[in-house]
Design a protein around this ligand. Sequence first.
Ligand code: HEM
Length: 449
Amino acid sequence: MESPAAPPVHPERLDRMAGPWASLFGEHARNAIAGWSNAAFDQWHTRRRLAGLVVHIPRHPDAVQRVLLDNAANYAKPRIVRKLIAPLVGRGLLSAEGELWRTQRKIVAPSFAPGAVAALTGTMAQAARAAMTDWPDSGTIDIARTATDTTMRIIAEALFSGDPRLVTPQATKHIAAALEAAGSVRLTAILGLPTLRLNHVARAGARGQRYLRETLTAIVRERGPEGGEDFLGGMIRDLHQRYPGGEAVALAIDNAATFYLAGHETTANALCWASYLMAGAPGVQERAREEARAALTGDAATLPERLPYLRQILDEALRLYPPAPRFDREALGDDVLAGETVRAGEIVSIWPWLIHRHRRLWENADAFNPERFAPGSEKTRHRFQFLPFGAGPRICVGARFATVEALVILAHWLSERRFALVPGEVPDPVGQVTLRPRGGLRLQLSTVD
Ligand code: HEM
């Protein structure tokens, strides 16, 4: 069997799953993708009881389809998770339910339609090129950091007209801290335990949350009810047409935070893991580079369409390292999921991390093989065994934006630079809210002639 330290790396698998209380302390508490048993990647369903709370983890694609699509009305975002993320994203699109969710989704959907996203490829390309100007000709870079800086610049430019307050190093630091704290308090909050703000992570997280909310509040208030000519402006105007003034402003701030956060951290992780996988597979990288160099000579708006092999690599990276490794629902009524009974009030956790590496769904599941996503391969897969962006009515509204963005950036980077692994360095994937490399991920760079 492959060593977990060989690329693509993953946390060690245990003979037995870590006990429920391990979720509260030690590595498993800090890292959601650690502490899983081999059996977790072989069995279809896990039911865990933790301090009176029942959590189901279905892996069978039929069960996942029932939760996210066929019986989606029975599965809401858990109240406890909504409470946990409320200080950051309030009642914005990510956490809203019912009519409030439907109205907000309708307001933002046109901004993520194919034509609207295609119009942004120039902004994305510019940010990709700008990132490279800071790179040395040869030597190492932290690809996690450069990916985050690049996607942050793009989201700020594309949705908020490049407001300088959203791209400072201070903003990066505060966001990382806020996400880390949200990840680490998640379980204690799910159990209803007090979330102590005593340790360093929680204190930095609270500061990060405050900074982000205050900055976005200032930006929204300065815009006034007319909003301005960008995504934020359009949203502000639309909200004012549908809600009273105070409510419209509150929802605009909540959604500004939602889109700013959800819109760059995840894509940055996808870029980072795709670059790492290509660094460990020089033949794959060379083929992608040839494709990218040829594709870059054509019309910029249709660039992603000329990158089918890079798209296969991206999908394989999203399979092996899903940037959202889990997301949760709460059952509103009783249900049966592929033979397993779920009761009202119980939590159902969907784990792309487990489903994407499940041995009964994928051959040689832990190996990097972009050929899995070769044209026509979708016919051999269940739609619900590959869900980096979720599925059903709550599918990621930014999925197209993220895919186009990742392809445009990678094509530019590959066309000018070659990535290699740094000898002796092994990344440490850690699942907090997103799946990122702990402490960054260094890659060796060289120029391409
Ligand atoms: C590779 C990048 C991304 C990944 C892997 C990702 C993943 C996800 C997933 C799994 C969900 C569904 C969560 C659930 O059902 O509970 C989601 C929802 C969402 N995502 Fe993304 N996302 C990415 C990029 C983006 C971008 C670029 C944006 C915005 C610019 C965005 C905005 C949102 C929003 C607002 C929702 C909530 C949608 C709703 O509930 O209607 N995401 N994302």
